[in-house]
Structure formats: structure tokens, C-alpha cells
Design a protein around this ligand. Structure first.
Ligand code: AMP
Length: 329
């Protein structure tokens, strides 16, 4: 039922007639009109959106031409999410983890953990992370390789990595040589203006990780934590200035990455668009469920129950997913 509605939306897309119902790369008509509204004036961002559409077209053409991602006997789900900072990948990952019992590996979380613990790595990257820059590729690949080694033969979602073409290529090499290439690449496409508004409204109680949002989850008393009465603060990288910088680095570094997946993994690449995680969630389920089913074991919990519970955890406390603590976005 859902599959049909997504396909129908694709059929009525006027801006992108190249998308056909058979294409695995889908965008909804609502998504396309959002793009048209957001990017109606010439800007580098508009160029990026044109580029994104070009990549998706290319992926669709490649699929039609029979290009396939590397095959594997290991049917576990190996998923990466590519997303602008603050696009809601944390929220959506939590829901996936809860519903499908996936391992969750977030490079941002691992780095924050290292920083908080005051480790060598943490000290080396602290300034970069606080300033919204990218940690050097070699460091990141080493860190991710270690994390993935702990989950051989298991399903996982890798969050926040790869962020550059170089990281993507290194990840492909590692995984393909181990016979477990990626089998799903999801791009989350949320308008910049929406993300910026969310970031401005977000507050965190740093000692506990409790997160508040002025719009839909405000503290009982403005500026203070409900449980301890201690002051709330902004995540150091949660400011409009840092966001703009992170966004720029996203456009510069991540677009080539998506292009690579459109060329080499076209049948695995999906671009999902919406203003909220609730809008994107059904699209995400649409692409994850068949793969998870194939991996053996579809958890049939009621969807709403899963969503509410996962979001509840995120809204009030840190989320323990797998053996990591997911940072709250
Ligand atoms: P995130 O929570 O994914 O937004 O990551 C927070 C910060 O950690 C980013 O702004 C970067 O400074 C750093 N970081 C996380 N993942 C990566 C990565 N794959 N490559 C480089 N830096 C990263």
C-alpha cells in the first residue's frame, strides 16, 4: 500500500520526469515542491540541489543499465545514512534500532564519548568537533574499522560516516574485501531552513544528555532542567554559525560521495525527503523492511508503539542502542 503511494507520488513529479515508477531512487512530489520553494533563487545551495537531482537521475539510469552494488552471501543489513547536520538522522536511527534491533554505530557519538573521557583521541579532535570541522579521514577510518570489527555478520547502521569521498572509498574497500559490502545507502533531504529552526530551539542538560525543544518539548521552567533544576545549555556545535559551517562542509564533501554511490551502488541508493522525521519515517521503513526481512526476521511490533517509545527515550535521556549510547539530536 505504502509502496504504491510512493510510486504514485513519483509519477506526478513534474520537475523530474526522468523518475519512473520502476526506479529505486524515489522522491515524493511534496519533496520536489519543497525543493522548488527553498531553492528558487540562484545560490550555491541551489546548485547543490540540481546536482543531487542529477545524481539521482544517474543512479536510475545505471540501475536500468544493470549496474549493481557488489553482491554478498551475508544478508545482514549494512546501512549508511547520509544527511545534512541536524536533519534528524539521530531520531530516525533510534527508531530503526528499536524496530529492527540493529547495531548503531555513530561516529559523532564515539568522538563525543572520547572527548568527554579526555582520551588522547578526544583531546586531538575536541577543537575540530566544537568548531564544526571534519576530523581527518585517516583517524576516522581507523576508528570506524575498529567499531565494525565488533559486528561481523551482524546488521548495523552506520551514522555520520562516511562524510567524504575518501572515507566512502576506504569504507567500500574494507567492507568489500571482507565480503560484507553496504547494501543500503539512504540520503535524508530536509530543507536547510527547517533544520536551522530546529537547532535554534534545541537545549540540552549536558550532565545527563536530556534534550529539550522550545517548540515541542519545552522544559517546565525556561532554561533549567526538569529533574535537577540545573541550567540548560547549547551543544557547543549547535549554533547557527557552526551549523552554517557544517552545512557548507556537507555540500562540499558529501555531494561527491553521493555521486560515487549513484555510480557504483545505484541499486542501494535512496533519497528520502521531508520536513520532519515523521514524514520521512514511512519512506525509510519502505526501503529498510524488505532488506531486513531478507536478513531473516521482521519484527512485527506495532509501528506507532515503536515510534513513540524510541522518541520518548530520545526526548528524556540518553538512548542505549547496541553497546553504544546514542547522542540525542
Ligand atoms: P555528528 O554527531 O554526526 O553530527 O558529528 C559531530 C561532529 O563529529 C562533526 O561535526 C565532526 O566534527 C565530527 N565527525 C563525526 N563524524 C565524522 C566523520 N565521518 N568525518 C569527520 N568528522 C566527523
Amino acid at each position: 500500500m505504502l509502496r504504491r503511494s510512493v510510486f504514485q507520488a513519483v509519477r506526478v513529479s513534474r520537475l523530474n520526469p526522468a523518475y519512473r515508477a520502476s526506479s529505486p531512487v524515489r522522491q515524493t512530489s511534496a519533496a520536489v515542491s519543497v525543493l522548488a520553494r527553498t531553492y528558487s533563487s540562484p545560490s550555491p545551495v541551489r546548485d547543490y540541489e540540481a546536482q543531487l537531482r542529477g545524481m539521482l537521475d544517474q543512479a536510475a539510469r545505471n540501475v536500468e543499465a544493470g549496474v549493481r552494488a557488489p553482491e554478498s552471501d551475508d544478508k545482514s543489513l549494512r546501512l549508511i545514512m547520509v544527511a545534512k547536520p541536524g536533519a534528524g538522522k539521530g531520531t530516525l536511527s533510534s527508531r530503526l534500532v528499536k524496530k529492527y534491533n540493529l547495531n548503531f554505530i555513530s561516529t559523532g557519538d564515539v568522538l563525543r564519548h572520547e572527548i568527554q573521557a579526555g582520551s588522547e583521541l578526544g583531546k586531538a579532535v575536541e577543537k575540530i568537533v566544537a568548531g564544526g570541522g571534519l576530523v581527518p579521514d585517516a583517524l576516522m577510518v581507523e576508528l570506524v574499522r575498529k567499531e565494525l570489527d565488533r559486528h561481523v555478520g551482524e546488521s548495523w547502521i552506520l551514522d555520520g560516516f562516511p562524510r567524504t569521498l575518501k572515507q566512502g572509498r576506504m569504507l567500500n574497500d574494507v567492507l568489500t574485501s571482507e565480503g560484507r559490502p553496504l547494501n543500503l545507502v539512504v540520503n535524508l533531504n530536509v530543507p536547510d531552513s527547517i533544520i536551522l529552526a530546529r537547532i535554534k530551539a534545541r537545549w540540552v542538560h549536558l550532565p545527563s544528555g536530556r534534550v529539550y525543544n522550545d517548540d515541542f518539548n519545552p522544559p517546565k521552567n525556561p532554561g533549567v532542567d526538569d529533574e535537577t533544576g540545573e541550567p540548560l545549555s547549547k551543544r557547543p556545535d549547535d549554533t547557527p554559525e557552526v551549523f552554517t559551517k557544517r552545512l557548507r562542509s556537507y555540500y562540499e564533501a558529501t555531494a561527491p560521495l553521493l555521486e560515487m554511490y549513484a555510480t557504483e551502488y545505484p541499486d542501494c541508493l535512496y533519497s528520502l525527503t521531508g520536513n520532519t522525521s515523521d514524514e520521512i519515517w514511512p519512506q525509510l521503513m519502505e526501503v529498510v523492511a524488505p532488506l531486513h526481512e531478507r536478513a531473516g526476521g521482521y519484527a512485527a511490533e506495532a509501528d506507532k508503539h515503536v515510534r513513540d517509545e524510541a522518541d520518548d527515550l530520545r526526548d528524556t535521556t540518553e538512548v542505549n542502542v547496541g553497546d553504544k549510547t546514542a547522542h540525542i539530536q
